[in-house]
Design a protein around this ligand. Structure first.
Ligand SMILES: [Zn+2]
Length: 365
């Protein structure tokens, strides 16, 4: 190995070993550019420094070693992640970014994208202004589905020949004062995933401690489920212990409703690590592409958000952005380096509900 090769592998394959005994003062005294020293410090602190997130740190170290990313790539991820406040979210984004293949620019761009998405989501809140001439303003920022439901209700019976906004207020006040029946949920309704053993417990009225996942990435207890299911507002999806969601066949290009439903049950959120798009907001993706002979069967479908559907490596030979595969009844993301990584944002997929974590974690190619 030439000295230059050794120099390179010290910064890539052996990146974390190289930084194990990182010493800021020594590096500065040796004439290393301060920006560089700061970046090394950032990587050292994340992967090798003291933390209360030991399990996450261990996982990140494993992913970083497997990825063989350079110190510069690890550093650019950390620099971009600095604007993410929630530590749990930060780890999830880090896991996802460590699976990104390609050169420095690719990693930098993806880190940028991931963080920008965080920054632009407005905070969910209700705000009230001070009074002006006896009037006040209220602004509500919430999930788009909730706000869309409200807008739909307020628009009912509006006379478009007159200014619309004042009529929306009239309708709003009528609902607020109890003149309406409240704001109904719009179709499609989210489905509830119920593993069969839990179902009997719930029916016996012992469901208070059982947490069920919904395909809109929310949860409810078994007890709440019983109460709300009486009105038949919610759809129930029973899950078979080995087969996953129930079987269905046939080869049309576009999935039918039942098939889409089963795909949503297998993964209630987009399976790409760090992605928080619920299955209900996802497109239905062919795991083996239609043009490669993939059929429109429940076991070849997965919910994937618009963005990840577009960047998925449909051709298994290509390994740029990773691809979705099906592992033990569950759609899982496989990184360009060949590691499966579970999206832990909402762990209520059918198989997770029944078998718990680890069923599909880090399965080799
Ligand atoms: Zn996604």
């Amino acid at each position: 190995m030439s000295r230059f090769d050794a120099f390179l592998s010290a910064q890539t394959d052996d990146a974390l070993d190289t930084l194990a005994e990182f010493d800021r003062e020594a590096a500065l005294a040796a004439g290393i550019r301060p920006n560089h020293v700061n970046e090394w410090g950032l990587v050292h602190e994340t992967y090798l420094g003291p933390t209360k997130w030991t399990a996450q740190q261990r996982r990140a170290v494993g992913l970083a070693r497997a990825s063989r990313m350079s110190i510069d790539q690890l550093a650019v991820i950390e620099k971009k992640l600095q604007s993410v406040k929630d530590p749990r979210e930060k780890w999830e984004l880090r896991f996802a970014l460590l699976g990104v293949g390609g050169g420095y620019e690719t990693v930098r761009r993806q880190a940028n994208d991931a963080v920008r998405k965080e920054e632009t989501a407005p905070r969910k809140q209700v705000r009230f202004s001070k009074s002006r001439k006896g009037r006040r303003t209220m602004t509500v920022t919430g999930e788009e589905r909730d706000i869309a439901d409200l807008e739909n209700v307020l628009l009912r019976g509006v006379d478009t020949a007159r200014p619309v906004s004042p009529q929306l207020l009239e309708n709003f006040l009528r609902i607020m004062r109890g003149g309406g029946a409240g704001v109904p949920f719009a179709a499609p309704r989210p489905m509830v995933l119920v593993p069969m053993p839990a179902w009997t417990k719930i029916l016996r009225g012992e469901g208070d401690d059982i947490v069920l996942g919904l395909t809109d990435a929310t949860t409810m207890t078994g007890a709440e489920f019983l109460q709300q299911c009486a009105g038949a507002e919610l759809e129930l999806a029973a899950v078979h212990p080995q087969e996953g969601p129930v079987n269905l066949y046939r080869g049309e290009r576009l999935a039918n409703t039942k098939q889409r439903d089963l795909a949503r049950v297998s993964a209630p959120v987009c399976p790409v690590p760090g992605c928080r798009h619920s299955a209900d907001a996802c497109e239905i993706h062919h795991i083996t592409a239609w043009r490669h002979g993939g059929e429109t069967n429940w076991d070849n479908l997965a919910p994937l958000c618009r963005y990840h559907n577009r960047v998925n490596d449909d051709d298994p030979g290509r390994a740029a952005r990773g691809r979705i595969e099906r592992v033990r009844g569950t759609p899982v993301w496989r990184s360009p380096r060949g590691y499966t990584v579970v999206n832990s944002y909402h762990r209520f997929g059918a198989v997770h509900s029944l078998f718990g974590d680890g069923a599909v974690e880090s399965v080799p190619p």
